[in-house]
Design a protein around this ligand. Structure first.
Ligand code: ADP
Length: 475
């Protein structure tokens, strides 16, 4: 753990298993309530001086982090792949994302503008100043261990906040590596602190502390709801990026080759372990057979293997529970009448024997009763559903609960406008499987989240607006 600029050890260890081999990859120290409290105290102590620094000085430190991330990209990518299994090319992209976030928010630090407001009395002047919210509790997931820390810490630090970070138990080493970078650039002690401790203990400590003024969380909707409720006690600010259940819609006028190729990117990239990953593929009934054939041909070529191999596209899933959930979803769908066109197997032979490997899968004739129609699968499974009209599609596609990312393939401009406006999703890619860039606001609607990360809006969640009215003698 990294608390108040020092490395803290305990007698309790947390083992991290490499999902490709089943072997222990890292052993890290585990703390408890006392370490969380120390970390909060350190962040409280560091807050005043950090917030008081000119924005440019904070920005310069963030730019130094950018430099180190660039220099250490390959090593960091290997740590990510070792801990959570994603293919190394995706881990490299993840480090690039982190670079983008630190760079963007280093630039944004200088643009935290206030306002002057017209007065209502001639001896008064009104202004709105924006100030950092204070100590931030950041809880991060295992699927993007470095990029999600970057997406939270870069705006927090740029705004002048200090932070306590709790990483997922699957990926503590990535978080430790980030702390080493902060230490190397000389970030003042206490500005960022890392605690590795049981999730509930950290959650409760954050919730009970009135010093923690904001929670930023990326993870499941279930845990997000608990944290949202807990934050009510001290009326903390919250921002949450929660589960998704992305639809990928292929209309009859779409470029089918493009759609099939792009589906690979939203479905099989990062082994399908992304909250923006496609979970339902809606294809117009007139093209469902030809599209399915094209997709199956492409999926047969998808290389499964140890994430460390440069040509791996689908690596092992993060853990046994993740693998079992994927297998359960496919079995349930098959039992209820879905056709397994390719894949549908836990891979157990040869090099796969000790890892959590699932074969890239395409299912057809998927219907609403099936588990994977309603729950996030988080694995390499593409379930195809056919639809007959745009009206039917819209009423089906807007999921009751989730509203994170969605993708639509069509060459019809009028349809594009109609559909994009009706989709109840925070992000829509039209003929684009990757709409996510640092300058665009990332976030969901409904139970997929609160607040936006990245973009010029991303720093707002870390700032309070304060009204100041100055009455003066008119001379
Ligand atoms: P996933 O199912 O993808 O692992 P989770 O929501 O369980 O998603 O985990 C996301 C992050 O939230 C992890 O860092 C996890 O340890 C943490 N977490 C889980 N439960 C709690 C809790 N009750 N309080 C605080 N953090 C939690």
């Amino acid at each position: 753990m990294f608390i108040n600029g020092e490395w803290i050890t305990t007698d309790e260890k947390l083992e991290v298993t490499n999902p490709a081999t089943g072997k222990i990859a890292y052993e890290v120290h585990m703390g408890g309530r006392s370490e969380v409290n120390q970390a909060i105290e350190a962040a409280v102590g560091a807050f005043g001086p950090w917030a008081d620094l000119p924005a440019l000085q904070r920005a310069d430190l963030l730019l130094e982090v950018v430099g180190l991330l660039k220099a250490e990209k390959e090593r960091l990518a290997k740590v990510i792949t070792t801990e959570m299994g994603k293919p190394i090319r995706d881990s490299r992209s993840e480090v690039n994302m982190a670079i983008d976030y630190f760079r963007w928010f280093a630039e944004e630090a200088r643009r935290v503008y206030g306002e002057t407001v017209p007065h209502s009395a001639s001896d008064k002047r009104l202004m709105v100043i924006r100030q950092p919210v204070g100590v931030v509790g950041a809880i991060t997931p295992w699927n993007y261990p470095i990029a999600m820390m970057a997406r939270k810490l870069a705006p927090a630090l740029a705004a002048g906040c200090t932070a306590v970070v709790k990483p997922a138990p699957e990926t503590p080493q990535s978080a430790i590596e980030m702390m080493k970078l902060f230490e190397r650039v000389g970030l003042p002690a206490g500005v960022v602190n890392l605690v590795v401790a049981p999730a509930e203990v950290v959650g409760v400590a954050f919730m009970e502390s009135s010093d923690v003024r904001k929670i930023t969380f990326t993870g499941s909707t279930e845990v997000g709801k608990k944290l949202y409720a807990g934050a009510a006690n001290t009326v903390k600010r919250v921002s949450m990026e929660l589960g998704g259940h992305a639809p990928f819609v292929v209309f009859e006028d779409a470029d089918l080759d493009l759609a099939a190729e792009d589906l690979l990117k939203t479905k099989f990239r990062c082994s399908g372990e992304m909250c923006t990953a496609t979970n339902r593929v809606y294809v117009h009934e007139s093209i469902v057979d030809s599209f399915s054939e094209k997709l199956v041909e492409k999926v047969k070529e998808v290389k499964v293997g140890n994430g460390m191999d440069d040509d791996t596209v689908v690596g092992p899933l993060v853990n046994r529970a993740g693998l079992e959930k994927v297998a359960r979803h496919v079995e349930d769908a098959a039992r209820q009448g879905a056709d397994v066109l390719v894949g549908g197997e836990v891979l157990l032979e040869g090099d796969f024997a000790n890892g959590n490997y699932y074969s890239p899968t395409v299912l057809k004739n998927v219907s609403k009763e099936m588990q994977l129609y309603n729950e996030e699968t988080f694995g390499p499974v593409a379930p195809i559903i056919s639809f007959s009209s745009e009206e039917e599609l819209i009423s089906e596609v807007n999921h009751d609960q989730y509203g994170l990312a969605s993708y639509v393939y069509t060459e019809d401009m009028s349809r594009t406008i109609r559909v994009m406006e009706k989709l109840e999703y925070g992000m829509v890619g039209i003929n684009d499987p990757l709409p996510f860039v640092v300058q665009g606001p990332f976030g969901g609607m409904k139970e997929s989240g609160l607040g936006k990360e990245g973009s010029r809006h991303g720093i707002d969640d870390y700032l309070e607006k304060k009204l100041v009215s100055i009455r003066f003698r008119k001379g």
